[in-house]
Design a protein around this ligand. Sequence first.
Ligand code: CAA
Length: 278
Amino acid sequence: MRLPTLAAMSTDLPDADRLAAGRLRLAVDGVLATITLDKPEARNAQTPTTWRVLAEIGAALPADVRVVVVRGAGGTFSAGLDRTLLTPGGSGASGGQESVADLLTASDEEMSAAIDAYQRGFTWLRDPRFVSVAVVEGHAIGAGFQLALSCDLVLAADDARFCMKETALGLVPDLTGTKPLVERVGYPRALEICATARTVGAEEAARIGLALGPVPAAELDGAVAELVTALTAALPDAVRETTALLLGAAERDLETQRRLEREAQTRRFRELAGLMGG
Ligand code: CAA
């Protein structure tokens, strides 16, 4: 069988047709980029094309973008993978999509390469040059939960419901969600959430460190705007350098971390001196 290869990374943002194929909307407004999963009739179910187009957005995002907001249309974040694609030959809720079940006829290497391409739709959201924020209303299931976890911050509406459904389907979470889940809630809680595939409500998500909020759904847009303003108030490189320090902190030893702090601070002093004409 012929497996699709990773879409060639271009320096141009995906055009309207490409975004429509991934059922995504993209708005870039100065320092803010907003990506909206836009298949509300199927609760924003995702497809491999969604993930490929997400990766293309990540590869071409303008350098001055400081905040990337990811949200879902129609009051739900995302019901995860389009389940019709798990049926051999299934072509997606809206037709014409590459089937995930067809991976069964691929070799292990081909299967791994296809999943690697899918994962790239998620990994770019950890780039320290911007802060990514998942705004979760309603359901974030499976791939939807993992997309939210790929973002630096999750802002939960009071009706947000998170569920790692993969184990209940006989699968594992493979769209890069396991690492941020463990980092945010710890191994025992992460295991319990994944192995039971239970639903975590907004209050609990906030309590265990998964999400900010909860925010009343009616106030969500205002809360997002406030958060974007607050995240962009400081100098861009002060936030970028701090993000990079924090992102890798858990994996570094103290000696390495304090060296990186010194190096970053030296760059900060130099930039500030330049700004003050020093
Ligand atoms: N894939 C395809 N279509 C979906 C879908 C999905 N994941 N989730 C919902 N839809 C469709 C429904 O089939 C329905 O379509 P019709 O109107 O044509 O019948 C429409 O969206 C509305 O769905 P509901 O009536 O069920 O809406 P609801 O608000 O009552 O419930 C829901 C919402 C709780 C999300 C429920 O739809 C649901 O449980 N969906 C399935 C979730 C799921 O199992 N996702 C896969 C997780 S695994 C994964 O993502 C990762 C992986 O790689 C395997």
